[in-house]
Ligand binder design. Structure first.
Ligand SMILES: Cc1cc2nc3c(=O)[nH]c(=O)nc-3n(C[C@H](O)[C@H](O)[C@H](O)COP(=O)(O)OP(=O)(O)OC[C@H]3O[C@@H](n4cnc5c(N)ncnc54)[C@H](O)[C@@H]3O)c2cc1C
Length: 743
């Protein structure tokens, strides 16, 4: 097996001199500019003329954008492994997954001892390195809930907390020459990193054979172990030989000379890449990512992992991967998908859709921001297409206030990007929500009564359809699809970007009022009346927990007044202040972007279990409905009630103008509970009060909900369009208009 099929990687090996202080950093940046994939530094913590390597790696990572950074190799005896693991994970998170880890057993023992390190024999050093690898991998395994215990002879941890999971699977490469180190490399490491200068003829082949046999003994595929090599400047032909006959996948050029780095990058690297690719094509051996036995064992049935398109393979996440814990769940639902594909371009979305199409029996979740309340942007054992990387925000026409936004962007970032122009786009109340899910369903936001729904601002939407075609739908091009994408988009295809016409919005009044709502029914009616009689500048949302007998029930009311005039804001809030006794109040004049930035945390989602929530659109909060809601709040089955005002500009749009049809409603009501059957029974009994349903707040998988959301004419038109654009019902796992049972 001379060629292990690893995609070629080129790196540089820069001396970490600290005088002049920035010399090594400049060479690292040059490496990135020249197209290298990796920059590495030796690690000699006892050497005063060198920067500390971790500090240097951090500085370099912050000064570059694309290139990976690694030590070549770390001096383990002076780097406590649990701390080293956390340092690496931190920098990996900060740098967007650009940290790799070279490790060595030690050497230069006098210097290590002089620094307070412990002298080990070569055999002890190898054992210590093996223990350190177990500790580091254990720290990174944030998905494992039990505390980490490794009872090593040289390194032991006793109940260490795990995490954070790094942003990508940090590979561990060992600098190894001797049999015991080679055996450890085969048994545990992700890569072998020797220097050609230290090797005699035949050493590479012997080393590979030793690693391969140790790998097989450990139940591993030898291709799991990348072969890296520190080299001087060599001609392309020799490197091609090393790649194809000795299995080298990563070449690291040791030089501090800018001219040498440039010459190699321009003359040698491209030639090696194309000659190796041509020879691999001729031999019929492509590139492949080999996975460990433990990871393979966690793969799910029904998914052909070997057919993941090459464009997606490197960023795809499977259950055995370190970053799986970061992508498996969404905001409210615990998930355990078989694979998460993370396309970085529209073409890659097309590839992902082709992969999904080839798996007709496998659940398919489409995820933008992962805040979907139904939770269908994750699943159990299925495919998830995660559009988080398509998050660009770009002003395309300043005069017409046209903005193009990627589906993976978050509303907090959209608001921040529009603020300098004095613009805003009403989205929802929470900045962490993703653009794709909200802008394909509706978008009930802080400016709804004045400016309508988010979908009312969509002027065109780019969609990848089930057959892989890419359509930019607007009022003239495929107007049917354009209509369907505004309210039922999740059924039709994957929206990759939207063009919005946004509004001029300056500072707004943002009120947060706490009311004694113990007389709940009266309070709800009073608040709703205040909303309906307010001018459109006012949009108000209400939230309440369960009612507890004998205790004051507090309702939180938020209101945005689209005015920068404090007097006008206070005047418009007066009717609300009179609804019930106020227990807390704050009113501020704030940019819309600041309102959207409230409480947003950029963390992976850790939803657990199944969300249970129901929702409805209602025209008015009548005394009867308010009494019924109060009884519901008393039932013990509801832990959260929210009501958002719509109406106003939302109702100006005819109900057949978009697939979102519930235009007569003044309120969107939703509740969250824990016991699905009990909540369904109580909620279904209220249906006489409902005039429709907004899909974004419901979790009920029963097909009837689709008919609640879409009146008969809307549903019939949706089915016709669906039949044309998705006849195989690929996009079926979230309120499917075809009403077929979900797999
Ligand atoms: C804390 C919180 C507050 C909220 N507040 C509001 C609010 O004030 N107003 C409001 O209107 N909504 C609100 N919502 C609901 C929110 O609009 C929906 O949950 C929305 O679907 C989330 O979008 P997402 O991209 O983050 O979700 P995801 O979980 O990524 O997606 C949800 C669903 O949308 C579909 N989908 C996602 N991306 C695409 C795409 N690119 N193309 C086609 N279909 C796609 C899929 O069917 C998917 O299952 C809130 C949700 C939460 C959790």
């Amino acid at each position: 097996m001379p060629d292990y099929g690893h995609p070629l990687v080129f790196g540089t090996f820069i001396t970490p001199v600290n005088s002049p202080a920035h010399a090594a950093v400049q060479r690292a940046r040059l490496s990135e500019q020249l197209g290298y994939d990796l920059v590495t530094f030796q690690d000699h913590p006892y050497q005063p003329s060198f920067h500390d390597t971790w500090t240097l790696l951090s500085w370099v990572a912050a000064s570059t954008e694309r290139i990976h950074v690694a030590a070549n190799v770390h001096n383990l005896p002076l780097r406590q492994p649990a701390v080293l693991a956390r340092s690496a994970a931190s920098l990996d998170l900060l740098s967007g997954g650009r940290v790799d880890l070279g490790l060595g057993a030690g050497g230069f023992w006098d210097a290590i001892e002089a620094m307070g390190g412990r002298r080990l024999t070569p055999g002890q050093g190898v054992q210590a390195l093996g223990e350190a690898i177990d500790i580091m991998r254990g720290i990174w395994d944030a998905a494992e809930r039990s505390p980490l215990r490794v009872a090593g002879e040289f390194y032991a941890v006793e109940g260490a907390k795990r995490g954070p999971a790094p942003a990508h699977d940090i590979p561990i490469w060992l600098g190894a020459y001797k049999p015991r180190m080679l055996a450890l490399t085969g048994a545990k490491a992700d890569g072998w990193l020797p220097s050609l200068g230290y090797m005699k003829p035949g050493d590479l082949a012997r080393g590979n054979a030793a690693i391969d046999s140790a790998a097989v003994d450990a139940g591993r595929d030898p291709r799991e172990i990348r072969r890296l090599l520190n080299i001087g400047e060599l001609p392309a032909a020799q490197l091609v030989d090393l790649a194809l006959e000795e299995g080298i996948g990563t070449f690291i050029l040791a030089s501090d000379d800018p001219t040498t780095l440039q010459r190699f990058a321009e003359d040698v690297m491209p030639e090696v890449r194309s000659l190796v690719a041509a020879e691999r094509a001729a031999r019929g051996t492509g590139t492949a990512r080999a996975r460990g036995a433990a990871a393979l064992a966690r793969r799910r049935d029904g998914i052909d992992y070997d057919s993941v398109p090459e464009s997606l393979a490197a960023r795809a996440v499977e259950p055995g991967d370190a970053q799986f814990s970061r992508v498996r769940s969404n905001y409210l639902r615990g998930g355990n998908p078989g694979i998460v594909l993370r396309p970085g371009s529209v073409e890659e979305v097309v590839d992902a859709v082709a992969f999904a199409r080839a798996h007709p029996g496998v659940a398919l979740g489409v995820r933008s921001g992962g805040h979907g309340i139904s939770g269908r942007s994750t699943n159990d054992g299925g495919i998830v297409i995660d559009l988080g990387a398509l998050d660009s925000i770009e002003v395309v026409d300043e005069v017409a206030r046209r903005v193009r936004v990627g589906a993976g962007a978050r509303w907090v970032d959209v608001a921040a990007a529009l603020a300098p122009y004095g613009w805003a786009l009403s989205s929802g109340d929470y900045g962490g929500v993703g653009v794709g899910g909200l802008a394909t369903a509706g978008g009930v936001g802080w400016l709804a009564r004045e400016h309508g729904l988010t979908i009312d601002h969509v002027r065109s939407v780019q969609v990848v359809l089930a057959d892989g075609s890419v359509v930019t739908a607007d009022a003239d091009t495929d107007p049917d699809l354009f209509w369907a994408m505004r309210g039922a988009g999740g059924n039709m295809g994957i929206a990759t970007s939207f063009e919005f016409e946004v509004d001029e919005v300056g500072e707004v009044g943002f009120a947060q009022l706490g009311f004694d709502a113990s007389d709940t029914a009266d309070f709800l009616v009073g608040w709703a009346a205040a909303v309906e009689t307010s001018p459109r500048e006012v949009t108000s949302f209400l939230m309440m927990g369960p009612r507890t007998p004998g205790r004051t029930t507090v309702a939180q009311v938020m209101a945005v007044v689209d005015s920068a005039d404090p007097d006008r804001i206070i005047e418009l809030l007066q009717p609300f202040a009179q609804v019930a006794p106020l227990v807390q109040q704050s009113v501020e004049l704030a940019p819309y972007a600041q309102v959207m930035a409230n409480n947003v945390r950029d963390e992976p989602h850790h939803g657990q279990g199944e969300p249970v929530g129901r929702s409805a659109l209602v025209d008015h909060i009548t005394p009867e409905f308010a009494a019924a809601l109060t009884a519901l709040a008393d039932s013990g089955e509801v832990y959260f009630l929210s009501i958002r005002s719509v109406g106003g500009a939302v109702a100006d749009v005819p109900s057949d103008a978009t697939a979102y049809a519930g235009r007569s409603a003044n309120f969107a009501v939703s509740v969250l509970g824990t016991r699905r059957a009990a909540l369904d029974t109580l909620w279904d009994a209220l249906s006489e009060h409902f005039s429709g349903m907004y899909l974004s707040f419901d979790t009920d998988p029963r097909p009837e909900r689709v008919a609640d959301a879409f009146p008969p004419a809307t549903l019939a038109r949706l089915r016709q369009i669906k039949e044309r654009v998705d006849p195989g019902n690929l996009f079926r796992d979230n309120f499917n208009v075809v009403l077929q049972p979900v797999e």
